[in-house]
Design a protein around this ligand. Structure first.
Ligand SMILES: Nc1ncnc2c1ncn2[C@@H]1O[C@H](COP(=O)(O)OP(=O)(O)OP(=O)(O)O)[C@@H](O)[C@H]1O
Ligand SMILES: [Mg+2]
Length: 293
């Protein structure tokens, strides 16, 4: 008999002390199976995984990738030749390095102003405003901290540690708006707006850069304003090559004038926050099945 059920891999990572549990996975897996698909949860670095056996591999929660970025992007290339990978490997490669914010800015998308400090670059930290230092390859606010101009010595130690671990640093003004209006995550799936959430500020003053942060404080459902949707859509339209994206999350904060700007465009492994938006599970599963056809 011909094989008609869609075969889908939901790609995650091994649990670990620095890795949150993906609470979206059980409901998504259940929904796909209820719809008749053969769905498996697979670790991206499982050497025995047979990617070619799937119609589609959907990257879901590979939340260890940012400190194994080269290994992960090489895996994405391999997986993307064995089967259809969502999002595609070239999108993964571009989005794995937050220097993509520069590409968005060059296309006229409002983004948090960012300067990059690679190992060996002159340091030159801001002298007249509070600022954030974080890696160009990061997740869960790992290695992120905020500093006052008087705290340069600590910031310089953070830079040295990050460079020693192979990271490039980025420096941004601390976006004060986040303390009042939070950070809004607009999620897209199957080419359409799915749902949005808002969370509070993550970086408390004085929190050491190597301390584990609460990644999604006070998370709540959010109805995006028209200007937020417009900025998110402009960001998606500015992705080089305008690739087909199965999923996307655009994180926005307000700039000094109260206008939304992009803090992060997450095209690799966005947490979908499905437990906060249970009605979205069906939409997500349907879009995955459509992409697997
Ligand atoms: N310039 C900034 N101004 C204010 N807060 C910031 C700034 N940059 C980062 N943060 C805070 O740190 C958090 C983590 O930063 P960011 O999202 O850039 O990194 P990340 O490690 O990819 O995080 P995650 O994977 O949790 O989204 C943000 O959600 C925000 O609360
Ligand atoms: Mg973020």
């Amino acid at each position: 008999m011909a094989h008609t059920a869609a075969r889908v891999a939901l790609v995650t990572c091994r649990p670990g002390p620095e890795i949150a549990v993906d609470r979206d996975l059980p409901s998504l897996l259940g929904e796909l199976r209820a719809a008749g698909a053969e769905a498996d949860v697979v670790h991206w670095d499982d050497a025995d995984a047979d990617w070619a056996a799937y119609d589609l591999a959907v990257i879901r929660s590979t939340w260890d990738y940012s400190w194994r970025a080269a290994e992960f992007t090489a895996w994405a290339e391999r997986c993307g030749t064995a089967t259809r990978l969502a999002n595609p490997a070239d999108v993964v490669r571009w989005n794995a390095d937050k220097r993509y914010l520069g590409d968005l800015a060059a296309s006229g998308v409002p983004v948090v102003p960012t300067r990059y400090i690679a190992s060996g670059d002159p340091v030159g930290l801001p002298r007249d405003h509070e600022y954030v230092v974080k890696p160009t390859s990061g997740a869960g606010a790992r290695f992120a901290a905020r500093y006052l101009p008087g705290e340069h010595a600590t910031a310089v130690r953070q830079l040295a540690r990050m460079h020693a671990e192979g990271f490039t640093a980025m420096v941004q003004p601390y976006a004060k708006g986040i303390d009042a209006t939070g950070e809004r995550a607009l999620q897209f799936f199957g080419g359409r707006f799915l749902h949005a959430s808002r969370k509070g500020a993550v970086l408390a003053p004085g929190t050491p850069y190597d301390e584990r942060k609460v990644a999604h404080p006070r998370l709540e459902p959010w109805t995006p304003a028209p200007d937020e949707l417009a900025v998110a859509e402009r960001a998606l339209a500015a992705v080089p090559g305008v690739p087909e994206l199965l999923y996307a999350r655009v994180d926005l904060v307000d700039d000094a004038d109260g206008r939304p700007c992009v803090m992060e465009l997450e095209l690799i492994e966005p947490n979908l926050f499905l437990t906060l938006h249970p009605a979205s599970v069906q939409t997500v599963a349907a879009a995955i099945l459509m992409a697997a056809r």
